[in-house]
Ligand binder design. Sequence first.
Ligand SMILES: [Zn+2]
Length: 225
Amino acid sequence: MADVTKFLAGIANFQQQYFGENAELANNLLAGQKPQALLIGCCDSRVDPALLTDSAPGDLFILRNIANLVPPYTKSDDYHGVSSSLEYAVCILEVSDIIVLGHSSCGGINALLESAGGQEAGEFIGKWVKIAQSALDKVLAELPEETPEKQARACEKEAILVSLKNLMTFPWVRDRVARGQLSLHGWYYNMGTGQLRYYNQLSGEYEILVERYSPKTGSQKNPPA
Ligand SMILES: [Zn+2]
C-alpha cells in the first residue's frame, strides 16, 4: 500500500478544527446541508474549490470532472453522473447559484486540442472532452495563427461558456434562471497568478473577480493574465 501517512496530520487538524474548536458547525450540519452554490470544477489537483474559496463544510456542493464540463440535457440509458448531481443540487437542495470554475493549464482541454491533431486521449477522456468541441472549433477559427498555449487559454475560457450554455438545456435550470431563483456564473482561475476572473455577459469578457493580493506589493490592480 502506498504511504498515506502524510495525510494523517491534515486529518487530525481537520478533526480538531471542525469537531473540537468549531463543533457547533459540525452539529448544525448533522441536521442536513443547505449549500448556497453548486460548484462545477475540474478534477485537477491544483485547483481545489474549497481551498480556493476558503469554504467550510456545508458551503459548497461540489461536482468535479475532467475539464469542468456539463453535457447537454439528454435522457438516455447511460449513467448520468453530472446530470444527477445537477438535479440534486438544483431540485433538492435548491442552490441559488451554479459556478462553473475553469482554469489555466487544464489537461482535459489540452486533450481536446490534441484531438484536433488526430490524437484521441485515453479510453474515455477523448470522448468526454468532446463536449467542448464547439469551443475548440471557435478558437481554431478565430485564432488559427496563435501559439498552442494561447489557443489553449482561449479554449479553456470558451469551454466554460459551453458548460453554461449546456446548463440552460436542463428544463429545471432554465425555469429557475428565468424566474430569478438561480444564477449561473463562469469563473476562470489563473494558476500562474492565483487570479480569478468571471465572465461578464454584458461585456462578453472575462473580468477580474478578486484582485490579487500580494504581501509585498499589497493590492495589485489589473495584473497581467
Ligand atoms: Zn482541468
